[in-house]
Design a protein around this ligand. Structure first.
Ligand code: XMP
Length: 518
């Protein structure tokens, strides 16, 4: 599954925060793209036979000792190169231009004036266009053979090119959406300069991956931990199409799933569903509830759920015996965030299912989705005919409702939050909010208060509704859900869910709040 695209563009990472965005933009052109560390040997890059190379931005100064660099040969392979920000400065620095601290730092949306409209990168681009700038250094002299093709008020070389050598430099970031015509510029590079055909399609990916999995696995046995989340579901379906009954999927129902979710997953993957695989649903609800009884501390709850999950999975896999392959739904951002071995920060070490490989007796891991971004995984899922309810699912935390019930988890509280959440989701769907809001759910506060129902005094729980919009889940804003929708949801919850007499809407952003409550 290494060389999956017939043509590819590679991104060389110098530690820029937008490295994944660059690759995504290229893939949006239907051109396969991978990210490599700047430390990757030139010989390896040459062997990949890329149609083009893009150098990312980065936090360093090219003229400092020890700064990430590139060999001049990188620019003399006859392969088009586009340098962005640090990448642009590095290109000039390595090829004999001059980079120094800018008299004026540029940050934010900046008007760029195009000096050479005939440049192949600027086909269809306006003569004045807004671009995203973020730099302290600037190119004070371009290298020999280059001409300046755009400038800003403070940056004389906002873009430069050496057309004969197919080398291009942008001081700004075309990959960021604030650069209004950035997508067009990258499109121009990928098609106009690199001559790509744009034949990277998810349908082809699915068929090719199924063929490759079949070849690789042969008569071997595969074990897959299926959570019902997007990644593990698509991973399981690819494998089932490839090897059918040689695959065993273990689905642990920890009793902390959303309403009817266990049945939805079993319906799709179980014996009554369209796939012919060995699907094992482990109904471990009672085990989890027992372990969680009396526990109120959030981190402790998370730990108990994680550990118990592993115990259950371990017991099930022992029953199956030795397997040849363990399948994991690792996706490309996991790979990139686990560090490319270069300048990029290791944001998190990725363990898709909490250290499973330590105890499962297997030969090799298969990760059929490790080259895909989330939206691409979704496209594959839809192409494979997996129900939209599974494929387009919002993120759902591993510890499930366990962290949406503040304080002790009991079966009764699970029922309350499941019912309330189902009503909330139904009404949000009806109002079309599922198309515009990133993530929403109900949580059960640990607060009880006095209310009145009929002529009776009540002393019951309060539900908190959360709805957020977010790009990366690192920061988030509370969504502006119409008051009418909130009123309907509140009225239905207090009327239909016993032991709830109050509903709150959480307008806290992240930070200082988090998306989940625990
Ligand atoms: P927070 O609450 O940290 O959530 O703002 C950010 C995003 O991550 C999800 N989340 C989790 N996902 N395991 C997961 O797989 C977890 O333990 C976990 N905790 C939070 C959360 O739903 C949100 O999308």
């Amino acid at each position: 599954m290494e060389n999956i695209g017939s043509e590819k563009v590679i991104v060389i990472d110098f530690g820029g925060q937008y490295n994944q965005l660059v690759a995504r933009r290229v893939r949006e052109c239907n051109v396969y793209c991978e990210i490599y560390s700047y430390k990757t040997p030139l010989e390896d890059i040459r062997k990949m036979n890329p149609k083009g190379i893009i150098l990312t931005g980065g936090p360093n100064s090219v003229y400092e000792a020890g700064a990430p660099t590139a060999t001049p040969d990188l620019f003399h392979m006859g392969i088009p190169v586009l340098g962005l920000c640090y990448g642009a400065q590095l290109m000039m620095h390595v090829l004999g231009g001059k980079v120094e601290k800018a008299p004026e730092r540029e940050y934010g949306k900046t008007k760029v004036c195009i000096d050479k409209p005939a440049s192949r990168l600027f086909t269809g681009v306006d003569s004045k266009t807004v671009c995203w700038m973020s730099h302290n250094d600037y190119i004070s002299r371009v290298a020999e053979g280059f001409e300046i093709i755009a400038h800003t008020a403070n940056c004389p070389a906002a873009a430069a090119e050496n057309e004969g050598q197919q080398l291009y430099a942008f001081q700004f970031h075309p990959e960021v959406l604030h650069t209004v015509q950035g997508k067009l510029m990258l499109h121009n590079f990928v098609f106009g300069v690199c001559g790509c055909a744009g034949d990277w399609k998810m349908e082809d990916f699915a068929e090719k991956t199924i063929r490759e999995l079949r070849e690789k696995i042969g008569d071997g046995k595969v074990l897959c931990a299926l959570s019902g989340g997007v990644d593990s579901s698509v991973c399981a379906v690819l494998l089932s199409k490839a090897v059918g009954k040689k695959l065993t999927c273990v689905f642990v129902d920890h009793g902390l799933l959303r309403k009817d979710e266990g049945d939805l997953v079993s319906g799709v993957f179980g014996p009554d569903g369209p796939y012919d695989l060995n699907f094992i649903r482990v109904n471990a609800q009672e085990r989890f509830y027992k372990k969680l009884a009396g526990v109120t501390e959030p981190e402790k709850k998370r730990k108990i759920i994680g550990e118990e999950f592993i115990r259950v999975f371990e017991e099930e896999s022992k029953k199956i015996g030795k397997v040849d392959f363990l399948a994991q739904g690792t996706i490309y951002p996991d790979v990139v965030e686990s560090g490319l071995g270069g300048e990029s920060a290791t944001i998190k070490s990725h363990h898709n299912v909490g250290g499973l490989p330590d105890f499962v007796d297997f030969k090799e891991i298969v990760e059929p989705l490790r080259n895909l971004f989330k939206d691409e995984v979704r496209k594959v899922g839809l192409h494979l005919g997996i129900p939209e309810a599974l494929v387009m699912r919002q993120p759902f935390p591993g510890p499930g409702l366990g962290i949406r019930i503040i304080g002790e988890v009991t079966p009764e509280k699970v029922r309350i939050v499941q019912e309330a959440d189902a009503i909330y989701r139904e009404e949000m769907d009806k109002a079309g909010m599922n198309k515009t809001v990133g993530q929403y759910f109900a949580a059960l506060t640990n607060m009880r208060s006095v209310g009145v129902m009929g002529d009776e005094r009540t002393y019951d729980y309060a539900i908190a509704l959360r709805a957020v919009n977010t790009v990366d889940f690192m920061t988030a804003d509370a969504a502006e859900v119409p008051y009418e929708v909130l009123k309907t949801v509140t009225s239905r919850i207090v009327n239909e869910v016993s032991h709830v007499n109050r509903v709150f809407y959480d307008v806290t952003s992240k930070p200082p709040g988090t998306i989940e409550f625990e």
